[in-house]
Design a protein around this ligand. Structure first.
Ligand code: SF4
Length: 332
């Protein structure tokens, strides 16, 4: 606005129009002159995501979207309903460089980072489609948020700003697979958002097998970073633990998980795996119950998440992969 010789408050009018009111066309900015609206429309676009696919779970309402970006790369977002919570799970990158073995996105490699606009737009589009706002937002879709730190935080600021989308910042969770420098930076900057770490194993050898990122960032160092964050911020950290039958779901695993994390101000979310691959299946219901019981720790909140959207490939990257498979199938 300064470059165009406009007064400062125009920038705020545009910001609030975009993020507080969610306008999707410059015609809606009636507080601006017609000439300025025209100039904006000639120089900028507001929305870039095109919905390519969407599937819903009949069982639990989980809804998944596949979006094409302006350059035709595709990303996914998911809406998860749990009691009174409506959680929007959003992507931060196209693909992901970290290659977690149980994750379909990991097989794509990293194609590119998302811009802050592409991140926030996932939220706006889903809210428009279902006609209501989320209670929570988690960065647990495609990509490792800490590897696209600036854009992820810029988007989270808009989403958590009272003059922007207006969700309480603590209801926005940045979930990392364990990028240690990112955790320290997040703590040092005093970010107001919540932090989760996908731990998934408390044994370095096993974790290296299922999450190659662990070769660079071992568990002990990761837990040190988690402690630093909790002490510096005075807040809880969430450990996500995806249960994989063949790797991390024994009673000993559960006990070790409690032993290593009980002195940390934390909660644990245990989530049976959502993969459709034979090697990375979830454990049986009985095994899950035993794990849950063994991990029980009165001083902390332990949540066993249900496998949401199991029949609709709700884990990240699965709708993308299915869409690609369908494209390649020869037509009869
Ligand atoms: S689980 Fe997350 S960090 Fe791991 S490969 Fe998939 S998108 Fe990347």
């Amino acid at each position: 606005m300064k470059d165009w010789g406009e007064p400062r408050f125009r920038a705020r009018q545009i910001y609030e129009g975009l993020y507080k009111h969610g306008f999707d066309s410059f015609d809606s900015f009636t507080t601006l002159s017609k000439a300025l609206r025209k100039k904006l429309a000639e120089n900028f676009v507001i929305r870039r995501l095109r919905q390519v696919d969407s599937i819903s779970s009949e069982k639990d309402g989980t809804r998944k979207f596949l979006w094409a970006l302006g350059d035709a790369y595709k990303i996914e977002s998911v809406i998860i309903y749990e009691g009174r919570r409506t959680t929007f799970c959003i992507s931060s990158q196209v693909g992901c460089p970290l290659d977690c073995k149980f994750c379909a996105t990991g097989k794509m490699g990293l194609l590119r980072n998302l811009t802050p606009g592409e991140i926030t737009e996932q939220v706006f589009r889903m809210a428009e489609i279902i006609g209501s706002r989320p209670t929570n937002i988690v960065y647990m879709g495609m990509g490792e948020p800490m590897l696209n730190y600036e854009a992820v935080i810029a988007a989270a600021r808009v989403l958590g700003d009272v003059d922007g989308f207006g969700l309480a910042p603590r209801r926005i969770t940045i979930s990392t697979s364990g990028i240690i420098p990112g955790i320290y930076r997040f703590a040092d900057e005093g970010q107001p958002f919540s932090l989760a770490v996908s731990l998934n194993s408390v044994d370095d050898e096993v974790r290296k097998k299922i999450m190659p990122v662990s070769k660079k960032y071992p568990i002990e160092k990761l837990l040190q970073a988690a402690r630093y964050y909790t002490e510096k911020s005075g807040r809880l950290i969430t450990f996500e633990y995806v249960l994989l039958d063949k790797f991390n779901s024994t009673q000993q695993d559960a006990r070790k998980l409690v032993r290593l994390t009980h002195s940390l101000k934390s909660k644990i979310n245990v989530i049976p795996c959502n993969s459709d691959e034979e090697l990375y299946r979830p454990p049986s219901e009985e095994k899950i119950a035993v794990f849950r019981e063994s991990v029980n720790d009165r001083s902390r909140r332990i949540t066993l998440r249900k496998r949401k959207g199991w029949e609709i490939q709700a884990a990240c990257g699965q709708l993308y992969a299915e869409n690609e498979r369908r494209k390649k199938k020869p037509k009869n």
